[in-house]
Design a protein around this ligand. Structure first.
Ligand code: NAD
Length: 332
C-alpha cells in the first residue's frame, strides 16, 4: 500500500474506532462485536507499524479507550490504569514470551488469570477501611464510584489485616461483573418494562455501576474479582502471586482459577484449555491474562503509553454466531 493510501485508511480507521470507543466506554452501548472491533484495531496497528511516521499521540492505538463521564466527580489515579495488548493465537503468545525473555532472561515465572469481562475498578482502603473507588476512565482520570462500589456485596468494607502486615494505604484493582444468569434476568425484566436491553453482561455491569444514584446499582447483583495491586504504603511484595495470596487472606475476593507457571508451554496449554471450558463458568470471560510474576522483572520491562510490557491478554477465537437483541445486533 502506498503512503497516501495508508494515510487515508488510517484516518478512516481512527474515526471508526473513536466512534466505537464512545459507544462502548461512554454509553455502554456497543454497536459491533468485540471481534469486529479487534479487527479494526489490528488493521490500524499494522498500518501504523508499516508507516511509523504516521503514528500520532492521539491515535486510539496509543491511548486507553474510555473517557470519564462529565457528571461524575473525576479521580486522578495514583498509578495509571492501563489497557492490555492482545495475543490472538499461540504464535502471538510465544512472541510475547520471547519479548519478555529478551529483557529479563529465561528465568521467568508467569501468573495466568481469567480475563473477566466486566469493567475495571480501583478500590482504596485506608488503614483497612474502605475509602474510595474509581473506574478506569481514560487510564489517567477515572470516575468516582465510591458509593456505587460500596453496594457490591463481595467488596469488604473492612480488611482483615494480620498484626504484622497492615498497610496504611492499599489500592487494589479488580473487575466488576454481572453473572450470566443475573444478566439474563435483568434483560427479561427490562423487556417486560419496555426498557432498552443491554447488549451483553459487560455492558450491563458498566451501565449498572456508572449510575448517579447508588440505589440503582444496589439493585443489580454485581460482583467483583480483585486481580492486582495498584498502590500501597506500608507493605511490599516481591511477586504478583504473593500479593494475590495476601489479598485472599485479608478478605478480598480473588478468582480461584489463577495459576502460577514456570514453563511457558504450560502457560500456553492452560490458556488454550479455557477456549471451551469457559462456557461452564457462571460469568463471562473474554480471554486469559498472562502476567510476569516478579515485580522487579515487571519494572525492568516497563510499559508503552497504553499497556504494560509484562502482561498480555490472550483473546479466545471469535465464535460465529449472530444474536439479535431488539434493534441491537451483536455478532459474537
Ligand atoms: P482489554 O479489555 O482488552 O484489557 C484490559 C482490561 O482487562 C482491564 O482494564 C481490566 O478491566 C480487564 N481485566 C479482566 N480481567 C483481568 C485480569 N485478570 N487482570 C487484568 N485485567 C483484567 O482492554 P481495553 O482497552 O479495556 O478494551 C479493549 C477491548 O474492549 C477490545 O479488545 C474489545 O474487546 C473491547 N471493545 C469493544 C468495543 C466494541 O465496540 N465492541 C469497543 C471498544 C472496546
Amino acid at each position: 500500500m502506498k503512503k497516501s493510501e495508508a494515510e487515508k485508511r488510517i484516518k478512516e480507521l481512527r474515526e471508526l474506532i473513536n466512534y466505537h470507543n464512545k459507544q462502548y466506554y461512554v454509553y455502554d452501548n456497543p454497536v459491533i462485536s468485540d471481534a469486529e472491533y479487534d479487527k479494526l484495531m489490528r488493521e490500524l496497528e499494522e498500518l501504523e507499524r508499516k508507516f511509523p511516521e504516521l503514528v500520532t499521540p492521539d491515535s486510539p492505538t496509543q491511548r486507553v479507550g474510555g473517557e470519564p463521564l462529565p457528571y461524575f466527580t473525576q479521580v486522578v489515579h495514583r498509578v495509571p490504569m492501563m489497557s492490555l495488548s492482545n495475543a490472538f493465537d499461540e504464535g502471538e503468545l510465544r512472541d510475547f514470551h520471547r519479548r519478555v525473555t529478551e529483557v529479563v532472561g529465561n528465568d521467568v515465572e508467569y501468573v495466568v488469570e481469567l480475563k473477566i469481562d466486566g469493567l475495571a475498578v480501583s478500590i482504596t482502603y485506608e488503614n483497612g477501611i474502605y475509602k474510595t473507588a474509581a473506574t478506569r476512565g481514560d487510564g489517567e482520570v477515572g470516575e468516582d464510584v465510591t458509593q456505587n462500589v460500596k453496594t457490591i456485596k463481595s467488596v469488604p468494607l473492612k480488611l482483615d489485616f494480620p498484626p504484622d502486615k497492615s498497610p496504611a494505604i492499599l489500592e487494589v484493582r479488580g473487575e466488576v461483573y454481572l453473572p450470566k444468569e443475573d444478566f439474563r434476568k435483568l434483560n427479561e425484566e427490562r423487556e417486560e418494562q419496555g426498557l432498552p436491553l443491554f447488549a451483553n453482561p459487560r455492558n450491563a455491569a458498566a451501565g449498572s455501576l456508572r449510575q448517579l444514584d447508588p440505589k440503582v446499582t444496589a439493585k443489580r447483583p454485581l460482583a467483583v474479582f480483585i486481580y492486582g495491586l495498584g498502590y500501597a504504603e506500608g507493605i511490599e511484595f516481591e511477586t504478583h502471586y504473593e500479593a494475590l495470596q495476601f489479598f485472599k487472606r485479608i478478605g478480598l475476593r480473588v478468582n480461584p482459577h489463577i495459576v502460577l507457571f514456570d514453563k511457558f508451554d504450560d502457560v500456553v496449554d492452560y490458556c488454550l484449555s479455557w477456549n471451551e471450558k469457559r462456557h461452564e463458568l457462571p460469568y463471562e470471560i473474554d480471554g486469559m491474562v498472562i502476567k510476569v510474576n516478579s515485580l522487579e522483572q515487571q519494572r525492568l520491562l516497563g510499559s508503552t503509553a497504553k499497556s504494560p510490557r509484562w502482561a498480555i491478554a490472550y483473546k479466545f477465537p471469535a465464535e460465529q454466531k449472530t444474536t439479535v437483541i431488539k434493534d441491537i445486533i451483536v455478532r459474537v
